[in-house]
Write a protein that binds this ligand. Structure first.
Ligand SMILES: NC(=O)c1ccc[n+]([C@@H]2O[C@H](COP(=O)([O-])OP(=O)(O)OC[C@H]3O[C@@H](n4cnc5c(N)ncnc54)[C@H](O)[C@@H]3O)[C@@H](O)[C@H]2O)c1
Length: 336
């Protein structure tokens, strides 16, 4: 039976437990956190057989098939490299890592060792996102005139001051964009195709004196001839609200990644409106216990990952998606 280990038992780790528990015939073998109290408690809370503070224990266990890496951004590259070299398949939380050279090296290592490497992009699996991608492919929006993507979020000072890595350049590599805004940008990239950075501006206003990194970033990008604007902030008074508007010459769609099964607006032609009604009528399961705005789709990406490990099927989020995001993030930050 394949066995999985979770490295980093913090805020997002329960979503990985939930996803692997939903699979038949997959064992959760290890909880690993460099903090012993956290690792032990996490293993107890989730019924995981072994716990450790040493990544080497996990990677040295020949029974372990795959690992989740869910630690600060700065350590993704080194831990993923160690895991790949130890012959493990790797699901790494977003972003894949912090530099383009590391991202390319990891993708090369995975390919050379015939290992699955995927960076978490769970919203690419949301039913609404997949449906809008299909409507675009079927020409229901026509040519895109503009796309507008935004995230309004709020983060308390303690979210940063209580963390060993958030809000630091070395640990997080940025903030509003690379962390919270990641998904909005990632889904926009899935819907629009490759994005070229035209201009970007970043500020630290609401969290000045608390974080070294940006609390707000706005950018103009191009998807071919289509202008795409992006605005993200973690300094607002709204806890979490994303929005993506796609305006085409045949139809307009507004969606977000907070409501995985519904479009807010779909207008312009009867077929688009019919498909939007059909989508909204479908049931979407509730999110796993924990932080609701992480959504429902870790489960879907984990099922896709497990199938790739077991059967060698291609993932919807192969390593290249994570590499592309690292490249785009680097270009956006360089333009600020
Ligand atoms: N996909 C999503 O929606 C989503 C949501 C939240 C976080 N994330 C991502 O998940 C990652 C982790 O975020 P978090 O909020 O869970 O962080 P966190 O700070 O809550 O947890 C990180 C944990 O990793 C442990 N750790 C650090 N270095 C370690 C090491 N070398 N070995 C073992 N354990 C180690 C820490 O002790 C801590 O318990 C980040 O990349 C973040 O961007 C993704």
């Amino acid at each position: 039976m394949p066995a999985h280990a979770i490295i980093g038992c913090g805020r997002v780790a329960p979503n990985h437990v939930d996803g692997f528990r939903a699979l038949e015939g997959y064992e959760l073998a290890w909880a690993c956190d460099r903090d012993a109290v956290t690792a032990k408690q996490f293993a107890a809370d989730h019924g995981i057989t072994h716990w450790t503070t040493e990544v080497g224990d996990v990677l040295g266990d020949p029974g372990v098939t795959s690992v989740s890496i869910a630690v600060d951004h700065a350590q993704h590259a080194a831990l993923a490299e160690r895991a790949l070299l130890a012959g493990k398949h790797v699901l790494v939380e977003k972003p894949l890592c912090l530099t383009v050279s590391d991202a390319e090296r990891l993708a090369g290592l995975a390919a050379a060792g015939d290992r699955v490497l995927s960076a978490v992009s769970q919203h690419r699996y949301d039913p609404v996102v997949l449906a809008v991608r299909e409507w675009l492919d079927d020409g229901l929006l026509g040519r895109l005139l503009f796309v507008r993507a935004s995230l309004e979020a709020s983060r308390e000072r303690e979210y940063y001051s209580d963390s060993y890595w958030r809000g630091t350049r070395a640990g997080e590599g940025g903030s509003a964009l690379i962390n919270q805004g990641y998904h909005c940008l990632d889904v926009t990239r899935l819907l629009c195709g490759d994005l070229v950075v035209r201009a970007a501006m970043a500020n630290t206003t609401a969290l000045a004196g608390v974080i070294e990194t940006e609390d707000t970033l706005a950018a103009l990008l191009a998807a071919g001839d289509t202008p795409v604007t992006l605005q993200v902030t973690v300094g607002s008074t709204t806890e979490w609200r994303t929005r993506i508007d796609l305006v085409g010459d045949r139809g307009t769609v507004s969606l977000d990644i907070d409501h995985p099964g519904a479009v807010h607006r779909a207008t312009g032609n009867a077929e688009l409106e019919r498909r939007a009604r059909a989508l909204s009528a479908r049931e979407v399961e509730p999110p796993p216990p924990g932080i609701g705005y992480y959504g429902v789709s870790h489960r879907r990406q984990i099922a896709d990952f497990a199938a790739a490990v077991r059967d060698g099927t291609p993932m919807a989020v192969p390593a290249g998606v994570g590499v592309g995001m690292v490249r785009l993030l680097a270009e956006l930050y360089a333009a600020t």
